[in-house]
Structures are given as C-alpha cells and as structure tokens.
Design a protein around this ligand. Structure first.
Ligand SMILES: [Zn+2]
Length: 382
C-alpha cells in the first residue's frame, strides 16, 4: 500500500509550492516502486559434513544470539543432531562466523559472514554473499570469460534471475542454493576476469520476471540444435521454458560427442536399476520428447527386458560421459556406443547459442528474448 502514497505526497507538496510562488516547475519523477536493496544469497558450500571444526583466525564464532561460543581463538567443534547443532556440548540452532578474514573450507576461500546449520542430520556451511558478487563468482565457473560481452550479459541476467527465484522459493529453508552443479557452481572467492566483471556490472540489478516474480531462468552449456521444455524434462509447464530451435550453438566444442562403454561395464552400471543378466542382447530408445531427447531406453539381456528412464541411464553412466539426452545408441560386438549432441539438460538459455547469437551481432536483451520468449520482462530491481 505504501507505494501508492508516495506519488500522491510528491504531487501535493508540489501543489502547495506552486500556489505560493506561482512558478511552474516539474515535480521530481515519482518513484512508483520503493527502492530495493541488493539481496543477499545464502549459498550452501558444496556439501554437508559429519562434523566441522572451526579454527578461528581473525574471525568470531558466535551463537544465534551473537554471543561467542568459546573463548576467543579456541577451535570450535560442531556436530549435527537431527535439525539442530551441538556445539561444545550445547544445543544451538545455528553458529555464525563473522569477521574480515576469509575462511578456508576444503582448500577454497570464503568471505564471512557464514553460518553453520543442520541439514538432514549433517552440518551445512552457508555463505552469505551479496547477489552481484555471487553472480560474478558463479560466472567464473559457469561461463567462458572469452565469450562476447553480450552473451556474458545474457548469462549474468539468467544467473541473477535464477538465484533470486530460488531465494523466493526457498523461504523458510536454511539456504537458497547449493554451490554444486545441482544449482550453480560456487566455490567461494576467485579472481574474476574483467569480461565477466563488466558483464555483471553492466546488468547490475537486472532480472527477468514473470508475472512480477523473478523467473527461474535456467541455462545450460549447449543444446545441440533445439532446447528442451520444462514440461518434457520436469513434468511442469513453465511458460518461459519452452523448447526453441537453436541454430547458434554449432560453434560449441561440445556440439557433438560420443561415448563408448564395454557391454559388461554397461550392465554392471545398470544393476542399480534392477537390470540382471550377463549377456547384453540389445539397447533401444523407446521414447523421445518433442525436442528429440531420449525419454526411455529398453535394455534386453538373456534374463529379461527393462525399460529405464533415459535420465537415470545418464546418471548411472556419468553426466560428463553421457553429456545430454539427445543421443542415438548402438550395440556393437564388444561395446555400447552413444552418439550425441549438446551438453547439459537443454532447458532455458543455451550458452553457446547465446555466444553464437552475439557473434552475429545480437544484444543481450535479444538473446534473452530468444530463449525465454516474450512472456518474461527484463526489470532493473536496484
Ligand atoms: Zn543451442
């Protein structure tokens, strides 16, 4: 409601002023939306731990109420019990780490503030990172710094929108995103290439929105010719995550790939999917999505036939080996051979496609519109 009053107030002040002086001056531009401050993203550091020992060097280790959990300088050991932490024999909902010096975790360096919290009976380490810094440090891993600036700007907007969307969706959870490839790769402080810094800076605060909320602007490396829809991959219709033709990513080094695996090894990897038998007779794709990606794969041995979701086959054989679901499969004498196109899930913006478009002179707005369609808006939030 407050936003309605602001323009009115400006107007009435101007009105009084103009009556008194009889001078006509334009009122300052009415700020329709209240200013939004740069949000802070809560990133789960790579994985959860059995136990965490904090060795404080120029940092303070505090409980939820802001009191030191042990005498200054003493190492602090933190365990998880259910959904609470046990710190020096005391139960705490969380432990905060504050200070100016970076904290080293598994060889990577993170800038405080951080906090420790119980995640599924283990200790999770969460880093609080201002959104712009977060986007830069994500792009260090997720985008090639040699890309054209307009492609990098499109990826920066996508990464920023995705992070904000997750933040909204995970209100009430202990963190917004994980720092592994499941969400967006984040490994703490890194040297940020000047091209990435520039792309983030030039799009500062810019976010794709859908019906006034940040869009879940997912992206991937290379679609291989056509992107995938959210409906086909996740069974959920998201209007701005539709399948689109992409003729721009042929420049990707991962546009085509092949992977060959010994028959025995193939069967061994699929035992977890219930496949039995010693002799592989056939492997056949039995269903494809509208974009041509494999949905289900039939595996036949002397013991029977199994119909397995293609996604699970990809997981079992390795996401880096079966780089996408856009593949053909053939069984040769000794091996199973996959011939595929693209890298990643294929939904949303195709990064190499964005680069291909930028090479042809497209701006980042045009690139975003191409992949996410015209149902989303580009808004500057701060
Ligand atoms: Zn593409």
């Amino acid at each position: 409601m407050r936003r309605l009053f602001t323009p009115l107030l400006i107007f009435s002040v101007f009105f009084v002023f103009s009556c008194a002086s009889r001078k006509v001056t334009l009122p300052p531009p009415a700020r329709v939306k209240p200013p939004v401050e740069e949000p802070v993203i809560r990133v789960l550091v790579s994985r959860e731990y059995e136990r965490v020992t904090v060795i404080p060097r120029n940092v303070r280790v505090l409980d939820a109420g802001g009191r030191p959990v042990s005498p200054p300088g003493n190492p602090v050991t933190v365990n998880a019990r259910g959904d609470v932490l046990v710190v020096e024999g005391k139960v705490e909902p969380l432990v905060r780490i504050e200070g100016d010096s970076p904290v080293t975790i598994d060889g990577d360096s993170y800038s405080p503030p951080l906090y420790l919290v119980a995640v599924g009976g283990r200790v999770g380490i969460v880093n609080l990172v201002p959104l712009e810094r977060y986007v830069s440090l994500v792009l260090v891993h997720e985008a090639p710094g040699r890309f054209k600036i307009e492609a990098l700007k499109a990826i920066a907007v996508a990464a920023r929108s995705y992070a904000l969307s997750m933040k909204e969706r995970r209100r009430g959870e202990p963190y917004d995103l994980s720092g592994d490839t499941f969400h967006q790769l984040f490994r703490g402080e890194r040297k940020v290439e000047s091209s990435i810094a520039e792309a983030v800076n030039e799009t500062r605060g810019e976010v794709l929105t859908f019906r006034g909320r940040p869009a879940l602007a997912v992206y991937h490396s290379t679609c291989g010719g056509r992107t995938e829809s959210a409906r086909a991959l996740w069974g959920r219709d998201i209007p701005y995550l539709r399948s689109v033709e992409c003729g721009f990513c042929t420049i990707s080094p991962r546009y085509r790939w092949t992977f060959e695996v010994e028959r025995e090894e193939f069967l061994r990897r699929l035992r977890g999917e219930g496949v039995r038998g010693r002799t592989l007779l056939d492997v056949e794709i039995t269903g494809r999505s509208g974009s041509g990606r494999a949905r289900s794969v039939e595996v036949r041995t002397e013991k029977g036939t199994w119909d397995i979701p293609a996604r699970r086959i990809r997981r079992r054989l390795g996401l880096e080996k079966i780089r996408s679901l856009l593949f053909r499969v053939t069984v040769n004498n000794g091996s199973v051979r996959f011939d595929g196109k693209g890298f990643g899930h294929g939904v949303g913006l195709c990064q190499y496609g964005a680069e291909g478009m930028a090479e042809e002179g497209a701006g980042y707005r045009e690139i975003l519109r191409y992949y996410y369609g015209n149902r989303v808006r580009l808004e500057k939030l701060y």
